[in-house]
Design a protein around this ligand. Structure first.
Ligand SMILES: *Cc1c(COP(=O)(O)O)cnc(C)c1O
Length: 383
């Protein structure tokens, strides 16, 4: 029942505690990014805001290592970026080879099917990468397939798929590639143009260490041509790239901008700042920092007798799946870390629930300070 009674208590301003976020995302946001968020809101067609949009695009092209003109953030979280790629590209009857080795590949399948596409699944065990041989088999058995979709960094398991090799294989069979880079962008090597990725989506709250709620995407010229030559309208009005370009513009500058939706202005200040920080540090340095902090964490975990689930050559530095030792209570450890140390680590998902912890070292959080803090808190709690 809706009540017309006034609330009988005063509601205070919400002041969250300062936590250290070392789960699967959101990751720790840098103070300068949080400050950017608090700056005065501009109109979403203000020329100064348009300048910020143009710079954001250029910074995203750098982060993705692409010259794709259709590169921009979708005004919604990573899941919407996934949906934007699939809903724009996949038409009813299109066959898509979907690689799954954890939670997120399953969502790709769901999206493909909701667009009337046919998803041909290539499965791998949770904790392992997708096998190139299995993907090649699926390509040989499905010569009419138009796309290969896969997750570069599977956040549910901590596994890195060999994006470069999968794309090469897909392209050699005439397929376009759709890549989930939500957790990979800014954390591990990713080269959209060199690897021939046709559609890619990421998220603001993982290795970019921005606030949640934005999803950078990029489409190759081949993908743009497919979108422009669709037989049917894109079934989502909000995510129709043909309409969104009217607001974000083509290319890096100039052109008239028309209202499509009200951009999340302040969140875009934050994204701009986080991408600026990445550019200032340099992509290669950021990637090297993730690898280095991962090594440090791994060594520290080993000293505590803890092991990682994923084999070394497909391990993600930014998402460490730690095997929960026999006799240790998963929820109680995570609860103690949160309540006594203000430290968040992630639980296992799906098949891995109760079996692993997921420790994120993402973006601003990939630091000596976080690694040391996490190791010492775990040491105390596990005693
Ligand atoms: C987090 C994540 C998503 C979803 O992003 P949201 O911002 O939560 O919608 C998709 N794919 C992967 C690999 C992720 O880690």
């Amino acid at each position: 029942m809706l009540s017309k009674q006034p609330l009988n208590k005063t509601i205070g301003t919400f002041i969250p505690p300062v936590r250290t976020l070392m789960g699967p995302g959101p990751s720790d946001v840098s103070p300068t990014v949080l400050n950017a968020l608090a700056r005065p809101t501009l109109g979403h067609l203000d020329p100064l805001f348009i300048d910020l949009m143009d710079e954001t695009k250029a910074l995203l092209q750098y982060a993705f290592q692409t010259e794709n003109k259709l590169t921009m953030p979708i005004s919604a979280p990573g899941s919407a970026g996934m949906e934007a790629c699939i809903v724009n590209l996949v038409e009813p009857g299109d066959k898509v080879i979907v690689c799954q080795n954890g939670v997120f590949g399953g969502r790709m399948k769901e999206n493909v099917e909701r667009c009337g596409g046919i998803a041909v699944m290539v499965m791998a065990k949770w904790g392992e990468p997708n096998s190139l041989a299995a993907i090649e088999n699926a390509l040989l058995e499905n010569k009419d397939a138009k796309f290969v979709g896969f997750v570069h960094a599977e956040t549910s398991t901590g596994v890195r798929n060999d994006a470069q090799a999968i794309c090469k294989l897909a392209k050699s069979h005439g397929c376009m590639t759709i890549v989930d880079a939500v957790t990979s962008l800014g954390g591990i090597e990713l080269k959209v143009d060199e690897w021939q990725i046709d559609a890619i989506y990421s998220g603001s709250q993982k290795c970019l260490s921005c606030v949640p709620g934005l999803s950078p995407v990029s489409f190759s010229d081949e993908a743009v041509a497919k979108i422009q030559n669709r037989q049917s309208k894109v079934q989502s009005w909000f995510l129709d790239m043909n309409l969104i370009v009217g607001y974000w513009g083509q290319g890096n500058s100039g052109g008239k901008r028309a209202y499509h939706h009200t951009a999340p202005v302040n969140s875009l200040y934050a994204l701009h700042e986080s991408l600026r920080l990445l550019h200032e540090e340099g992509l290669e340095n950021a990637i090297a920092r993730h690898a280095e902090k991962h090594q440090k964490l791994k060594n520290g975990l080993a000293e505590l007798g803890l092991t990682l689930l994923v084999e070394e050559n497909s391990r993600l530095p930014q998402l460490n799946t730690v095997v929960i030792p026999e006799g240790v209570d998963d929820a109680s450890v995570r609860g103690q870390l949160l309540n006594d140390y203000n430290l968040e680590i992630g639980a296992g998902l799906g098949e891995l629930a109760g079996k692993v912890w997921r420790i994120g070292l993402m973006g601003y959080g990939a630091s000596d300070k976080n690694v040391d803090f996490c190791l010492s808190a775990l040491k105390q709690v596990l005693k």
